[in-house]
Design a protein around this ligand. Sequence first.
Ligand code: UGA
Length: 467
Amino acid sequence: MRIAVVGSGYVGLVAAACFAELGHDIISVDSDTEKLTSLQAGILPIHEPLLGDLVERHRGRRLVFSASVPEAVKSSEVVFIAVGTPATESGEADLSYVEAVAREIARCLDGFRLVIEKSTVPVLTNEWIRRTLLAEGAAPGSFDVASNPEFMREGNGVTDFLYPDRIVIGADSDHAAHLLLTIYEPLISGSYAHQKDAVPAPPGARVPAVVISTTTKSAELIKHASNAFLAMKISFINAVSNVCEAIGADVMQVSCGIGEDSRIGRRFLRPGIGFGGSCFPKDLLAFRVIAQERGYDFRLLDEVMRINEEQRRSFVRKVRKALWTLKGKRLAVLGLAFKGGTDDIRESPAIALIRTLLKEGAGITAYDPAAMARAREEFTGDEIQLAQDPYQAAAGCDALLILADWEEFAILDLNRLRAALKYPTIIDGRNLYDPEMMAANGFSYYSIGRRDVVPAPGARVETATRS
Ligand code: UGA
C-alpha cells in the first residue's frame, strides 16, 4: 500500500521504516527540514537499535522523506498521524499539531483517504479529527478516521513494532478495518517472520500477531489505559520496595514471587527511581484529565504519580544516608536517559535527580552511552562534567550513582571502578548488582528495597563477578 506517515519522531519514524520493511511504499513527512535533510542522507535524529539498518535498507526506494503533507496525502491511500501530543500546563494533551495536520489533509483530499491516529491521543480525538476535516470542506464520504495505537517502547521500537504483543485496530467501518488489516497482513499471517532477511524475532515473540478489533473510541482508550496500568505496576512495586526496606525483606525476591503468578506477570515489576520518559508521566496526566472532564474522578492515577515522585525523593534520602552531607561532594552518575537503551532524556528521573543534587551543593560527573549530546543541551556551561566512560566518571568521586539500566552498567569492571573512586560507595537506583557480591568486592552498596551492605572491616576483596 501507499502510506503517508506524518511526524517523524520516535513513533512516526519507527512506524515508517517498519511499514517499508513490511513491503509498503512510505512517505515520511516532517516539517523540520534539517531533520529531513539528515534522514535523506541516512543520519538518524534518535538512538534506536535496528532503525538505522531499516532506514538504510529502504531509504530512497520504499521509504522517502518529504516536508509536504499535500504531496504525501495525494500519493497515498492512507495517512497515519504520528505527530507529538505534549502535555499542556494543565496536564491535558496538546492536540494542536494533530489538528493542524487534519486541516492540511482536508485541504488536499482528492479522493477517499483513511486517516489513522498513531499518536497517543485522548479518547474522542477521532471525533475532533472528523469535525475538523468536515469544517475544512472535506466531503463526508471522502475520508474515514481510525485509531491504531502504538505500543512500542523506545530502545526496542523496531522489534516491538514487528513482533507486537497485539495489534489494535480501532475502526468504525468495515472498509477502514479492512485497510488496516491489509497494512498489517505480513504480521497477522506471520509471513514476515519467515522472510529470510526479516529482523529476527526476540525471545517469546508472538507470531503471528494477535489482532484486537475494536471501535475507534475503545482503541483510543486502550492506549491510555495500557500505559496507566503499566505505570501502576511500577508504582506498586516501588511502594512494595519501601515496605521491604522497612522490614528487611528483599524486593527482588518479592517481585519474582509476585510476577511468576501468570495473572500478574513478571514484566514492569522492576523497582527503581520511578518511571519517566515522554509517555507514562504525560499519558497518566492526560488520562486523569479526560476522565475528570467526563465526570469520573480517577484518583488511583494520582496515587500512582505520587508514589513515583516520592520514589525520587526517597533516592535522594538514600544518597544522603550513604554520604551524610552533600555540599562539596563529587558524585559520579551513570545514566542520563530516562532508561537504558535510548538517548531520550525527556522526563528523565536521572536529570531530575541531578538537578536536586546540584541544588544541595554536590558536583556531578556523568556518563551515558547514548544521551551525552542531549545532556550537553540540557545543562548549561559547567553545571555538570561529562565523562567518556564509567571509570572516568568515577575518578576521584565520593560515590557512584547508577540511574539508568543500561546493559553495560551491569557488567562494570568492579576492580577498576573501586580503584577509580575516592571511596568505594555505590548507590544503585536500578538494582543492577547483588548486594552480597558488592560487599565481597569491597563496596558499600545501597540499592532499592534491599538491605544496605558495607564490606566487613579487613575483608579479603573477592574477584568481581557479575550479579
Ligand atoms: C512506554 C510503554 O512501555 C510502551 O508500550 C508505549 O508504547 C510507550 O510508553 C508510548 O506510549 O509511546 P517507553 O516510555 O518507551 O514505553 O519506556 P518503558 O520501557 O515503558 O519505560 C518507561 C519508564 O518506566 C522508564 O523510566 C523505565 O525505567 C521505567 N520502568 C519500566 C521501571 O522503572 N520499571 C519497570 O519494570 C519498567
